[in-house]
Design a protein around this ligand. Structure first.
Ligand code: AMP
Ligand code: MG
Length: 410
């Protein structure tokens, strides 16, 4: 697609859906690598994973107590307990070689295999040990036996390819006996922030300067998705410097993300250089905040140009770059999850736009509600921290208090 002839070209103002679809026309090569499971946090599984074992691998006790024969205890009462002879004490990790018969019990710890002949476990709290005897005060019921394979059966499909690996999945891989798995190789993603006014935190601010924050946010968002951020020093608003940094980035990365310089201002040079020397697939999306993003290629490397306002760059990453990264890597997560919540205030829509207001979503009594607490300026990064969700409003009319809306959990 050819670049827009002028920055006012209305054809390049696309809907979010169109932007997502257009971005999916650019793919990049994806590779895989085998990693020990402890290194797979936040990574993406390449293959379907089938359990190597039954989980649990054998019937075992879910309580510290006594393994016994249920029918021995059916007449036990508080005033007339029955007495069983303890023939062994069985810790987890050991299998009894004895066969339990009527009148006997084996003291058993949580996780130890159920001895042959036993069909019930009574918890220790319900018994009294006297020497090598145990008193039982009530019928035991066939309780507290974790059955072989009750969690997972051998060869069962447990984790699908594309699964985003959290600590829970790592634990499950270990449970199933996997010491290593194949995951998607991390993409190298360059982050270039632009703007004459930006200086790194830690230095004294001179008049007109602000601390650069977007690259830090983007770095974290990229890591959360399991990829490798490469943070470049921020670039001043100069075509030459921008060209140098973009060239460098395109040489060593799979994707470039810039922040700033994509709207209509005189110094919005990312847009300008992309128009003149790059390849733009779309510029400007009907969303609020964050309408000016662009997407295209620089030297054959895909590039997302994010707006500089801190809320905008974060929101656009979540609603556009996150889905694109998941698309190219066939990943199913991480989510941003969408749920329903009841509005506690009126929210004005913007015609044809999707409005992503920062709201707090919380459970009050039986329902989820959404309300805002901070002003919605797209420069107000604190509004993102003080909130935990974004509205997804594409309504034509003002949404009033009491209406249910979709919100995207951050
Ligand atoms: P721009 O998109 O370049 O017009 O920038 C929009 C607003 O975001 C301006 O107020 C910038 O100062 C601010 N801004 C741009 N880049 C950053 C950044 N990396 N960190 C913090 N604020 C930024
Ligand atoms: Mg700027």
């Amino acid at each position: 697609m050819s670049p827009p002839s002028s920055s006012n070209n209305k054809n390049y103002f696309v809907s979010l859906e169109e932007a997502k679809n257009l971005s999916k026309t650019i793919k990049i090569p994806i590779f895989e690598e085998k990693l020990t499971i402890q290194d797979t946090f936040n990574r993406v599984l390449v293959n379907d994973i089938y359990s190597k074992i039954n989980d649990p691998p054998f019937d075992n006790s879910s309580m510290d107590g006594y393994a016994l024969i249920y029918s021995d205890t059916i007449n036990a009462t508080e005033s007339n307990p029955i007495e069983l002879q303890i023939i062994e004490t069985l810790p987890a990790g050991e299998k009894s070689s004895k066969i339990l018969t009527s009148g006997f019990a084996i003291k058993i710890m949580t996780g130890a295999p159920i001895p042959s002949g036993a069909d019930s476990i009574i918890m220790i709290e319900k018994t009294k040990q006297i020497g090598d005897k145990v008193l039982i005060y009530n019928p035991s019921f066939p309780n507290y036996i974790r059955k072989k394979g009750e969690n997972l059966s051998k060869n069962q499909l447990v984790l699908e390819k594309g699964t985003h690996i959290s600590p829970r999945e790592i634990g499950l891989l270990a449970t199933m006996g996997y010491s290593e798995v194949s995951v998607i190789k991390q993409l190298k993603i360059s982050i270039i922030s632009t703007g004459d006014e930006l200086i790194p935190p830690g230095q004294e601010l001179l008049p007109g300067q602000i601390y650069e924050s977007n690259s830090y946010v983007l770095e974290g968002l990229i890591k959360e998705m399991g990829h490798t951020p490469i943070r470049h020093p921020s670039v001043t608003d100069s075509i030459e410097n921008l060209r140098i940094e973009l060239d460098k980035a395109s040489e060593h990365s799979d994707l470039i993300i810039t922040s700033g310089g994509v709207s209509m201002g005189d110094f919005d040079l990312v847009r300008k250089i992309m128009e003149e020397e790059g390849d733009i697939l779309f510029w400007r999306i009907k969303i609020k905040p964050g309408s000016p993003p662009l997407f295209g290629k620089w030297n054959n490397t895909p590039i997302f140009g994010l707006p500089g306002n801190p809320v905008s760059s974060h929101v656009v990453f979540q609603i556009l770059i996150n889905p694109w990264l998941k698309f190219v890597t066939n990943a199913k997560g991480p989510l941003p999850k969408i749920i329903k919540a009841k509005l506690l205030e009126n929210i004005k829509p913007k015609k044809d736009f999707i409005v992503f207001s920062r709201v707090i979503v919380e459970n009050i009594g039986t329902e989820m509600v959404a309300y805002s607490r901070t002003h919605q300026g797209s420069g107000n990064l604190h509004s993102l921290v003080a909130s935990n969700a974004l509205t997804i409003l594409s309504s034509e009319k003002t949404l009033t208090e009491g209406e249910t809306i979709d919100v995207l959990l951050l």
